[in-house]
Ligand binder design. Sequence first.
Ligand code: G1P
Ligand code: ZN
Length: 543
Amino acid sequence: MELLKITTQPIEGQKPGTSGLRKKTRTFMGPHYLENFVQAIWTGIGGATGKTLVLGGDGRYFNDRAAQVILRMAAASGAARVIVGQGALLSTPAASHLIRQRKTDGGIILSASHNPGGPDEDFGVKFNTPNGGPAPEDVTNRIFAATETIESYHILESQDVDLATPGEHALGPMTVEVVDPVADYADLMETLFDFNAIRGLLNSGFRVTFDAMHAITGPYATEILQNRLGAAPGSVMNATPLPDFGGGHPDPNPIWAKPLVDLVMGDDAPDFAAASDGDGDRNMILGRGIYVTPSDSLAVLAANAHLAPGYAKGLTGVARSMPTSRALDRVAEAKRLTCYETPTGWKFFGNLLDAGHITLCGEESAGTGSDHVREKDGLWAVLLWLNILAARGESVADILTDHWNTYGRNYYSRHDYDGVDADRAAGMMDALRAKLGDLPGQSFGSRKIAGADEFAYDDPVDGSRAEGQGLRITFDDGARIIYRLSGTGTVGATLRVYLEAVETDPAKLHGDAQEALADVIRAADEIAGIKTHTGRDAPDVMT
Ligand code: G1P
Ligand code: ZN
């Protein structure tokens, strides 16, 4: 085995975004691309020497090859041990758990989350710190800086490590430990939820369907829902992870998981249905005849979490990303909990969780989680819902109706304009930013603008400041419009427009969101000139 020092030079654009570095798979497969970035990670974390790291990914195309490269680079840079999920697989929440459980120095997760996989689709690499969470900005900034000055990287010349069966292997002076990717995570779930109660519910004829979307949660959901909780065989659909996710978008929303939505809206609907994404951190929740928006789901979970043993003592506080609907705030107010508002991206919850300020948090983009790991967690949300359903003995629809009757309904939708010319998108944001000061007091239909600003966040734990986190318009009746550009896209710019309106009239709680938001949607275009700037007539995706 020879230790190689390969000469390289900086490659432009290796700046980690909302969630690690995401690029086209072919870009990652290009000469030195992955290697440069991995070497920059070692530099950004103060070297790999003596460290123990976790490694795994969502199984997408190139996952297996990338894992072998990273192992050889870790060995060449002096890492002591790398704990790898069998087959180089680990869901993002399971990786977060393993990093924490084994008290490691962090880990590398290979995923582009809900983006499609394959040679012509997307790939991603993300570093998580010893607390199990995505690296905060000071770390990602150091990694990026290292990509800009890199001159060489180290790699061991060797055969592939056998990752097919659990056990230990030597790779030069380093130990590679291959572990069952599911068992520890499933055990953790048993400590949080009343598995007996859920088993009782599933034995009583309550039917569950979980769509793993040909992605990483297949083995996890099969073990937990079918093997440990007794859901009927076949309850987990699309359960085998595939490198291209069967050609689909492993994105659990009503667009990409339409077959599941059709199922719950049809005659033979199960009582509860759910889906997760490519790497297992997102979730979509459905009941018979009903789709629960992620923002509502977060609020319902916060209101009912005490029904699960792991949260029986109550919550210390809650948090949501700024564009997430304020349904959560209403629960927090009623329960006298502090509700923190953070920028988009899970990494901003890490400090609040570590400091014990919050127990539960979430984002409108189908992410919910708690202090059990430092990532959002799709199956965790599914199990908490099932625990609540078992404890309350009511249907999903009844629980949601009861929630709206108690707290009011925050009608909510996100409109995405994908692949917009980057300059035009930036032009729209610049123009809007320039007139924020003039907006308060202006009327749009029956609403008047109460506030307009660009969101910045001062972390209450470490005092760090994140600026430029979205343009925010608030109306006098609680309605809101948020504009921001995506930090995870790989082509052009994605403009996200988040729309929200509060309804407390019991007669108007069951309407269609797009209809209920019609005035807000119109105002969003009038205020920012979306159509003029982007040249688009309508959003590509409405969630
Ligand atoms: C998107 C979501 C955000 C989430 C991130 C990673 O980021 O909006 O909530 O944390 O993916 O899953 P964006 O593309 O908006 O920057
Ligand atoms: Zn994901």
